[in-house]
Design a protein around this ligand. Structure first.
Ligand SMILES: Cc1ncc(COP(=O)(O)O)c(C=O)c1O
Length: 493
């Protein structure tokens, strides 16, 4: 096992904190020395006998005390939502530039971090298989999606329909409303949580599409839409294919060799052959949303949007009389919905992907561990007497339930909800923290076609986002413990 699996993290029990301490100490010393080199003729404004105010320390201690009431999202016992354990390179990369606070809206605001952002964008384009293209970082996935649809709307300039699946991220409906796109249409997902291509095609025959939004990693279940099938529909009907890979795009690193070539699928791969093929096909999309702050190991505040066609850049061009005056350098904000953007996030991404490059022997190795943990959990439930898988995960999000005596949604919910209560933030000191996926009855009927739902209820599934590589370690220790815990609290048959 690669030792980087340990060294890049603080560790669930703070095991590696001395590394971070010494690197921060060194970084601060080097930063102070650099400050001292600027405008060297100036004398200090600080009095000789200056003593720092104790107020900062007092308030900081109070804040640290408050932070202890937070949730241990870094721990493998937490698998409720898409929060990864922060990496040491991400913390340090961000810290280097937090100390000077560059603004990547324009080259003059952050000359060094602008160039780092260009490098990071090129790394992301390469990982996604875009041979040409452009893009930039955003504050997150919703902003990336918003900008993409704005550019698409204005570039194609027609009143055609935007299609997305019923399990798409909630931002899509909002974005259509914000952009005043009245022609949007939710296409039902099938029983595997994939956009139903038959229904989509029926609709395309009647109402042409401006864009189709596909998921590579839907928020609820991590499901990957059939990108290959969508590309065939794109050829037939003509539309812009935007892939919302905010969650799952980084899994492409798991199928790339060190030169960026896609490796063949093998039977022992943690990814299914289907998922492998769709990740490969992602390179033919027209644009992509991909979030470093999800599977890209960066702290919150880092999304990204990538475009293949230059034309989409021109329609969102923005100029201003008071900035963008250095014209022979990149001014990223001229082509971005957001104004001020932190150069520190570009540095966080840069350092992280230098240490953990975007291929199967770098970041991809960590993501493969998460996939293995999810697969192990799925296979364990397939053999279990009371726990049932609700789907075969395409990535590392597992939804499952307790098998009821009768095939009714009411009894499935009655069994599953109390378990959620015990293994979630609803309880005090839960041994594991999971979430739930609450499906509307129409989707429930597709996932559970042989169940009756007399009261037209939403369907409650337990949901674990196994996105921490810790879950695969020590022979899947935490996955086994989770199953033991579920066993202990499950209602007996
Ligand atoms: C598929 C997908 N798209 C978009 C988003 C929105 O991203 P953000 O929360 O960074 O705005 C999410 C968030 O979970 C997501 O899973």
């Amino acid at each position: 096992m690669n030792s980087d699996i340990f060294s890049n993290y603080i560790g669930p029990q703070g095991e590696n904190i001395t590394l971070l301490q010494s690197l921060i100490d060194d970084l601060l010393k080097q930063h102070a020395a650099w400050r001292n080199q600027q405008f060297k003729e100036d004398t200090s404004l600080y009095p000789k006998n200056f003593q720092p105010d104790s107020k900062i320390k007092e308030e900081l201690d109070l804040l640290i005390e408050k932070s202890r009431q937070g949730i241990p999202t870094f721990h493998p016992r937490y698998s409720a939502q898409m929060t990864k354990d922060t990496t040491i390179p991400a913390i340090l990369g961000q810290l280097v530039f937090l100390l000077t606070n560059p603004n990547n809206h324009a080259y003059e605001g952050g000359p060094v971090t602008t160039l780092l952002e260009v490098d990071v964008t090129n790394m992301l384009l390469k990982m996604c298989g875009f041979k040409e293209g452009w893009g930039h970082l955003t504050s997150g996935g919703s902003l990336a999606n918003t900008e993409a649809l704005w550019a698409i709307r204005d570039y194609y300039d027609n009143n055609n329909t935007v299609y997305f699946s019923s399990v798409c991220h909630y931002s899509w409906k909002r974005i259509c409303k914000i952009l005043n796109i009245k022609n949007y249409c939710e296409v039902p997902a099938d029983g595997k949580f994939h956009l139903d291509l038959n229904v989509l095609e029926d609709k395309l025959k009647i109402r042409p599409a401006l864009a189709v939004i596909a998921n590579i990693g839907s928020t609820g279940t991590g499901s990957i839409d059939d990108i290959e099938g969508l590309l065939q529909l794109k050829d037939k009907y003509g539309f812009h294919l935007h892939v919302d890979a905010a969650y799952g795009g980084f899994f492409r690193s798991a199928i790339l060799d060190e030169d960026g070539n896609v490796v063949p699928h093998t039977p022992d791969s943690a990814l299914s052959e289907y998922a492998h093929r769709q990740l490969q096909a992602m390179q033919y999309a027209d644009s992509v949303t991909i979030d470093p702050h999800k599977q890209g190991l960066i702290s919150y505040g880092a999304g990204a949007v990538l475009y293949k066609h230059e034309g989409l850049r021109q329609v969102i061009l923005n100029t201003a009389p008071y900035t963008y005056h250095i014209t022979d350098k990149p001014n990223i904000g001229m082509y971005s919905l957001e104004g001020s953007r932190p150069g520190a996030m570009a540095a966080a991404c840069y350092l992280t992907y230098k240490v953990l490059p975007l291929h199967k022997n770098g970041l991809g190795e960590l993501l493969t561990m998460s996939l293995s943990a999810s697969k192990y959990f799925y296979e364990s439930l397939a053999k279990h007497d009371r726990l049932r898988n609700a789907h075969k995960p395409d990535l590392d999000i597992n939804c499952f339930y307790i098998e009821p005596e009768e095939k009714t949604i009411a009894s499935l919910n009655a069994k599953t909800q109390p378990v959620y209560h015990k293994l979630s933030l609803e309880s005090e000191n839960p041994p594991f923290i999971l979430s739930k996926f609450v499906m509307p009855p129409e989707l429930g009927a597709r996932v559970f076609p042989d169940y009756t739902n007399a009261n037209n209820e939403d369907v409650i599934l337990l949901r674990s986002v196994f996105m921490k590589h810790w879950n695969a370690m020590d022979d899947f220790r935490y996955i086994k413990e989770l199953i033991n815990e579920l066993d202990a609290i499950l209602p007996r048959k």
